[in-house]
Design a protein around this ligand. Sequence first.
Ligand SMILES: Cc1cc2nc3c(=O)[nH]c(=O)nc-3n(C[C@H](O)[C@H](O)[C@H](O)COP(=O)(O)OP(=O)(O)OC[C@H]3O[C@@H](n4cnc5c(N)ncnc54)[C@H](O)[C@@H]3O)c2cc1C
Length: 419
Amino acid sequence: MKVLVMGAGVVGVSTAWYLAKAGHEVTVIDRAADVAEETSFANAGQLSYGYTTPWAAPGIPKKALKWLFRPHSPLLLRPDGSLFQLQWLGRMLLNCTEKNYAQNKARMVRVSEYSRAMLQELHEELPDLDYEGRQHGTLQIFRTDKEVAAAQADVRVLQDYGVPVTVISNPQQCLDYEPALAGTVDKLAGALHLPNDATGDCHLFTVRLAEQCRALGVNFLLNHTINQIERDGSRIRGVIANGQRFEADHYVCALGSFSRTMLKSLDMSLPVYPVKGYSITVPVSNSDGAPQSTVLDETYKVAITRFKDRMRVGGMAELSGYKIQLNPKRRETLELVVNELFPTAGNVAEATFWSGLRPMTPDSTPLIGATRYGNLWLNTGHGTLGWTMGLGSGRVLSDLISGVTPEIESSDLSVIRYV
Ligand SMILES: Cc1cc2nc3c(=O)[nH]c(=O)nc-3n(C[C@H](O)[C@H](O)[C@H](O)COP(=O)(O)OP(=O)(O)OC[C@H]3O[C@@H](n4cnc5c(N)ncnc54)[C@H](O)[C@@H]3O)c2cc1C
């Protein structure tokens, strides 16, 4: 069958890969000059299988209120003038109950764990796929006893879900995982280590996977802005991009944060809000002073991930609409965390600064599956975890389109849960 994938981020390209492997004739359309140029470009680089957790959790509303008034806050809320922003926040708050949290978490862990399996399979199939990946886990560090005490609840949840975790009560032990913390370990109160987490450059991964897709015959139409999706009753008839019409048997919407705006003309109201985040990428000049893997600083909710000769430092959640302009204040926070934890690793003044829009659903679970249009499928809404969940989501959607029963339960992943 002919399948047209809209969007060449990590999610669209992963979907195209599995569709092509299943024997379909695949075209990917994107407005950018290359793949992974938007949110998949410079994320924090964590394959966070252990910390696959909904944002909406019991206790979050109280915490969020405190964060809003703190300097270097991980959370910022700026009214964007839309009713949608308020509705989205309201829906998110409704998900902060114990019951909803448990349901959302279970769904997300299912997709994440499947993605982990898919990445392992991909490593076996394409052992030379180089995306500066590492398999050294995540070290989550706490600076105060209060943070250590609060983490007990996380440990219980991790154990309930069978996620291996080491509780570190003597901060000196952090040096077993991250020797470069030697200069700052005295300021720490404790840590958790999640050995199953991995890291890698999502942009590089997507570029390399796209090369493999091309080798399977996938056609990438880059520099093509989709302006319109044409419908014919309950089916999609074609997609208009750069004034040209493209037709297929099936259409996949993997447009990240722009999925909602694009599908509005089809009278669909996707609950996907653009949650802005920031990162800096610092060239590593002193390898011994840099992290080995990901260090997650609980105080600022900032992650520092090591690639080959760079560090990616990412965080913050800003609910302020679709604008991606860079706010120098956010850079200050990211630089502060690097200078405190890894002061000799590299010069933050040489870092590149970036922002991206996480396509976030109120229940943090992506939208994967069918729509009320018979030949339109969704793979979007991956929020904070699109790099972690991309492969598994791509495989599930490819199976659904191919008429094959996915290897994991998928009926509760579709947009139908919001209808
Ligand atoms: C600061 C930050 C840190 C993060 N850290 C992590 C992390 O450590 N681990 C993790 O798992 N996730 C992380 N994420 C989340 C992750 O980056 C996203 O979930 C993921 O990139 C979403 O991928 P996507 O393919 O859905 O969207 P995108 O990568 O945004 O792809 C959508 C594509 O659609 C295209 N498009 C949009 N509109 C049109 C149009 N009209 N016509 C044609 N093309 C169009 C865009 O050009 C884009 O290429 C982070 C995000 C941020 C912002």
